[in-house]
Write a protein that binds this ligand. Structure first.
Ligand code: FAD
Length: 404
């Protein structure tokens, strides 16, 4: 890492496209570096939805650098363990989900919308300009400037443009029109939130864990978020992607019917979670295994736009946070944006591509199996997860971007 004093850093205006997890974090880190940015979010304020997600110790360390880790912990539940059960509730394996002693921060389970609120409120408090309903349409260039044009007919000019506009990134489409598109991995994600009061018998140990149940007819996972409410999710194998209409018009009744058809008779509290759920969500699971490059001229990609990773990895939000911190740090130390973009890509690409590949492998474990295949899978999980569950944690959770 460069040891140049920050006075040599980048001093232009940055346009951030996408005010999700990565876009807001980037705005905050650029502010810390003394670099001015404006965030352009395609949708209205507070339209951020999403189910529960895991923020691993590596993601939490990035929030810590922004002074937001304590706030996140207070609005989530610390996830101390990963627990694997079969559909009768028999314990197959369990291992620690990283420790504070080893990694500085714990992993947490949090609602995506809560994490979004924490970052957005912090950005607003810092005076970062966030504009809503500014959906990027196209990009043009003039002299040493880049110009973002939005669907409402307005435009904005800056020195750099950073595309943090998610898995279906328009920025990526514009700068890399021939690059691979996000690929549906053959699985849909379904989830919801169940009030803590509906499951009064959950023990503290159960609440402070991610529980993953692998049954013959499907996979069901849960952890706890703010105030102990249970955030649950399931992955269903589907040949066909959900239509936009199916995603937008999901109802509690439909989800309950669909989930009970698969998980009836599974160990408690699964049926209770389904029967008492609210905030249903359905989404297609897509990823991008690799892109030829992440940048073109004055434009660079960040987060899911650069490396959409399946939620099975539990690392989507953490990867976007790491990207934001590294990119802002490099710009803090160098005005040579072309070199910064190359270095950022060089440092990040091998790590995120490994995580994308692992996420895809885990998605394959969610297949429906015969009772015989289920017995074999249980045996394999008991042996291998207990033996090797924590292997690789040092590499994954121990990654840190040192700001100075
Ligand atoms: C609706 C939704 C629900 C999700 N639910 C889950 C979940 O339940 N579990 C999980 O693990 N992960 C979930 N994810 C994925 C997870 O949030 C991401 O992996 C992670 O946040 C990566 O951050 P990001 O900033 O790259 O992308 P995101 O956080 O997705 O942010 C991208 C932002 O760009 C905006 N945008 C898109 N197109 C444009 C455009 N043309 N112009 C301007 N802005 C644009 C989007 O509205 C969004 O706010 C969800 C993502 C979304 C968008």
């Amino acid at each position: 890492m460069s040891t140049q004093p920050p006075t040599t850093g980048f001093r232009g205006q940055v346009l951030i496209i996408g005010g999700g997890i990565g876009g807001n974090a980037l705005g905050l880190f650029l502010k810390k570096a003394g670099i001015s940015s404006t965030i352009f979010e395609g949708y209205p304020y507070k339209q951020a939805v999403g189910g529960g997600l895991g923020l691993a110790p590596n993601g939490m360390n990035v929030l810590h650098a922004l002074g937001l880790a304590e706030m996140a912990k207070s609005r989530a539940t610390v996830a101390l363990e990963n627990v694997f059960l079969n559909q009768q509730g028999k314990l197959l394996a369990r291992f620690k989900n990283g420790t504070v002693e080893a990694f500085g921060q714990p992993g947490i389970c949090i609602l995506r919308s809560t994490l979004y609120d924490i970052l957005t409120e912090a950005a607003k408090k810092q005076g970062i300009d966030i504009r809503y309903q500014k959906k990027l349409k196209t990009i043009t260039y003039a002299a040493d400037k880049v110009i973002a044009h939005f669907e409402d007919g307005t435009s904005a000019e800056g020195d750099l443009l950073i595309g943090a506009d998610g898995v279906h990134s328009q920025t990526r489409h514009l700068i890399l029109p021939n690059a691979p598109k996000p690929q549906y991995v053959g699985i849909i994600g379904v989830g919801g939130v169940t009030p803590a009061a509906a499951v009064p018998n959950m023990t503290r140990r159960e609440k402070e864990a991610f529980t993953f149940t692998y049954g013959a007819s499907g996979f069901f996972g849960y952890g706890c978020g703010e105030n102990g409410d249970v955030l649950w999710w399931s992955n269903l194998v589907r040949e066909r992607e959900l239509t936009r209409d199916e995603i937008l018009n999901v109802s509690v009744e439909d989800i309950q019917r669909e989930m009970m058809a698969i998980f009836k008779g599974y160990h408690e509290p699964i049926e209770t979670l389904i029967r008492n759920t609210h905030s249903p969500i359905k989404m297609n699971v897509s990823d991008i295994q690799t892109l030829p490059t992440w940048h073109n001229g004055r434009v660079v990609l960040l987060g899911d736009a650069a490396h959409a990773v399946s939620p099975n990895s539990g690392q989507g939000a953490s990867m976007a946070l790491e990207d934001a911190m590294l990119l802002a740090k490099l710009l803090h130390h160098s005005a040579d944006y072309a070199r910064v973009f190359s270095r950022y890509e060089q440092e990040r690409k091998p790590r995120v591509e490994k995580i994308v590949a692992e996420g895809r492998r885990l998605a394959g474990d969610k297949k429906v199996v015969t009772p015989f295949q289920q017995k074999i899978r249980e045996l394999m999980m008991t042996v291998f997860i207990n033996l090797f569950g924590t292997r690789g944690q040092k590499w994954l959770y121990g990654y840190k971007v040192a700001w100075e």
